[in-house]
Design a protein around this ligand. Sequence first.
Ligand code: ATP
Ligand code: MG
Length: 425
Amino acid sequence: MSETIQAIRGMNDVLPDEAPVWEFFEDTVRAWLQRYGYRQIRLPIVEKTELFVRSIGEVTDIVEKEMYTFTDRLNGESLTLRPEGTAACVRAALQHNLLYGGGQRLWYAGPMFRHERPQKGRYRQFHQVGVEALGYAGPDVDAEHMIMTARLWRDLGLDDVVLELNSLGSAEARTRYRARLVQYFERHAADLDEDSKRRMTTNPLRVLDSKNPAMQPIVEAAPQLLDDLDTESATHFDDVRRLLGHAGVPYRINPRLVRGLDYYNRTVFEWVTTRLGAQGTVCAGGRYDGLVTQIGGKAAPACGFAMGVERLIALVADSGRRIDAVPPDVYVVWSGNGTEAHAWKTAEALRDRGGRVVLHAGGGSFKSQMKRADASGAVYAVVIGEDEVASGDISIKPLREEASQQRLGVEAFADRYLKKNSGGI
Ligand code: ATP
Ligand code: MG
């Protein structure tokens, strides 16, 4: 026998035992987004490489080293597995003229791909839920995004996620700040690591985003962008803070917070936890007024965020909340001459009534089938043998409580037991 093939490193299976937490997460997220009037947009997983280079920026971790890029065999075009969702979301909005009639509140979810070193909370295929408000100048949607995420943490039962907030100001303010930052880094050039040295000239703000612990003291003592804010950005920031205050959402100003991607301006925020070790950011976003023109559209302001689903799932799984798979209502066991048609019809009839029904497959004795019924977690075993075929009814054996077996018609069983027993009926 040949060796079994393993999944690609950093690309995970979600096994059936883990799926209920994912389903809980997805159901909660969907209901939450509906409550804020966001509409879903579904986007391709592969896009032209140019889209990401143009939007995310050349001097970023993602574009420099994390993208899964390949050449289309047929036409030689360079394509990339999406590393994030904002670029494609904006691309689609422009391509389909969605911004024509005003702003759009959109969301998307799905797998993203980055060639990173796999570790806890950091994978090569991971999932994001992204939210984008396109065509809104804020500060109201900026605040809405943070207020709504605060609600999501409550809906998910998470209580130790903290909001960090900063403003990157206008492009002009950043240019001034950039000059001050370069001067500062030049004074400390001897202590900078290789990445930072390179970025010091190409994109000095990115040095502040360094994950290298050795860089932290230099980053800590760097000049702050908040001191260089232009008046409009300062007012915008005050407004965001006032709205957060009205909503009672606490936050911490973090003047070091810059986002890893190029396209942000003004508001930037992250939700962080200390419960996940080094990979503590579960949600990150902010304003990106320049991106739409960068992708080729007529200028439109925008704000958005994305959350890391694996990290949030880990928090939910860790929170002590019990999330069980929904068990079947009924497991149908059947054996004997002429029982096949009755068993199949019974299973379908119970499903017609909304029941969750597993019909035993693979034959075997009643005894071995009953073992399967028990292991399935079903509330009832429905037993069909030659007697039941003769009388046209079914036998019911409760599996989760001490109670004797009884004989009933299919309809009577559904009326009497399924309705009160399962949410699904
Ligand atoms: P980090 O600083 O952790 O690399 P990032 O700035 O690259 O994060 P974003 O591009 O802002 O991350 O993505 C938003 C969120 O997606 C992150 O806050 C995180 O929760 C999640 N995320 C990003 N990369 C990964 C990954 N490789 N594996 C799992 N989750 C990820
Ligand atoms: Mg990253």
